[in-house]
Design a protein around this ligand. Structure first.
Ligand SMILES: NC(=O)c1ccc[n+]([C@@H]2O[C@H](COP(=O)([O-])OP(=O)(O)OC[C@H]3O[C@@H](n4cnc5c(N)ncnc54)[C@H](OP(=O)(O)O)[C@@H]3O)[C@@H](O)[C@H]2O)c1
Length: 276
């Protein structure tokens, strides 16, 4: 299956490695807005035959014989890129976004695209960190049963967890994932900043981070909540807020107190609702 990658960011970085290990899949083109990003992805694969395309003017692939195009770009760029993207008539176009409806892809081929689908790996990807694809849930969707089968069997080559998921359910999974991953990670970033400010090592918190995750997985997050908020330790809460306000944590400092207050109120409100 001849494949092109449109996008050379975090997700494409990992997917191209996977694709390149499978001899039935051949990556023919990589497109990215910036030439250097498409090139660094090509260099990672060390395959001279891959062609590089960049800029919005180089999105016409109609003269190629590609079978599959994976669109893995920033969600905010979908409209701009899709309005210029031209693929051969029978090529499948699939995106990797948790938030974008599949129908969005209809903008390609000047609103004449035939085969569209979704190939969404529900995981967090950064170029600097390897991932084990065999355990990553893939959410598949397509506008045609045969295309769905093709994308499903492709995902099954990489993962043991492949699901057919509608655009609506995928967007719900995505909101939940933002809370579970992106917001948790940001809260850990605040912890990191507080400790840095006071010259204390973040390593001290690592066993706590690990136990928090293990406990949430074992007994479910709603059964695992501890801390001053759920205990209603008002004196501790007040002391923490005072300490946060006194710290010199750049411009984000006002947000830290607001986040602390909002999280505390939200935990306490949930406890109250659970008791009624
Ligand atoms: N990262 C994750 O954990 C993750 C997980 C699952 C799904 N996804 C989804 O996968 C997709 C790609 O995510 P990512 O994390 O790989 O993104 P990313 O690392 O930010 O890469 C974004 C790609 O989009 C291009 N781009 C950004 N703005 C653009 C614009 N205005 N016009 C044209 N191209 C533009 C970038 O080009 P240049 O860099 O060359 O400018 C780059 O190739 C998104 O839909 C995301 O929701 C992400």
């Amino acid at each position: 299956m001849k494949t092109i990658f449109i996008g050379a960011g975090n997700v494409a970085w990992h997917l191209v490695s996977l694709f390149s290990k499978n001899k039935d899949l051949q990556i023919t083109h990589i497109w990215s807005r910036k030439k250097e990003n498409a090139e660094s992805l090509k260099n990672k694969l060390n395959d001279e035959s891959i062609k590089i395309n960049y800029s919005i003017q180089q999105l016409d692939f109609s003269k190629t014989d590609v079978d599959l195009a994976i669109l893995s770009i920033a969600d905010g760029a979908f409209e701009t890129v899709l309005s210029k993207l031209i693929l051969p008539k029978n090529c499948i176009l699939a995106h990797t976004s948790g938030a974008q409806p599949m129908e969005m892809l209809k903008l390609a081929n000047q609103n004449q695209i035939k085969n569209i689908g979704v190939f969404y790996p529900l995981q967090t990807f950064s170029k600097a960190k390897e991932v084990d694809f065999s355990q990553i849930p893939f959410c598949i969707e397509a506008n045609d049963k045969k295309i769905e089968e093709k994308l499903t069997s492709l995902a099954k080559q990489f993962s043991n967890k492949v699901f057919q998921v509608s655009s609506k359910d995928r967007s719900i999974l995505h909101v939940a994932a933002v809370f579970a991953c992106n917001f948790s990670n940001y809260l850990w970033t605040i912890s990191e900043q507080i400790l840095k400010e006071k010259n204390l090592p973040f390593d001290m918190l690592k066993p706590l981070l690990e136990e928090t995750l293990q406990k949430a997985l074992e007994i479910n997050p709603s059964n695992a909540q501890t801390g001053p908020a759920i205990r209603k330790d008002e004196k501790v809460i007040e002391k923490h807020l005072h300490m946060i306000e006194e710290m010199n944590l750049s411009n984000s400092n006002p947000h830290f107190s607001q986040i602390y207050k909002l999280m505390t109120e939200s935990i306490q409100k949930k406890k109250k609702l659970d008791l009624t």
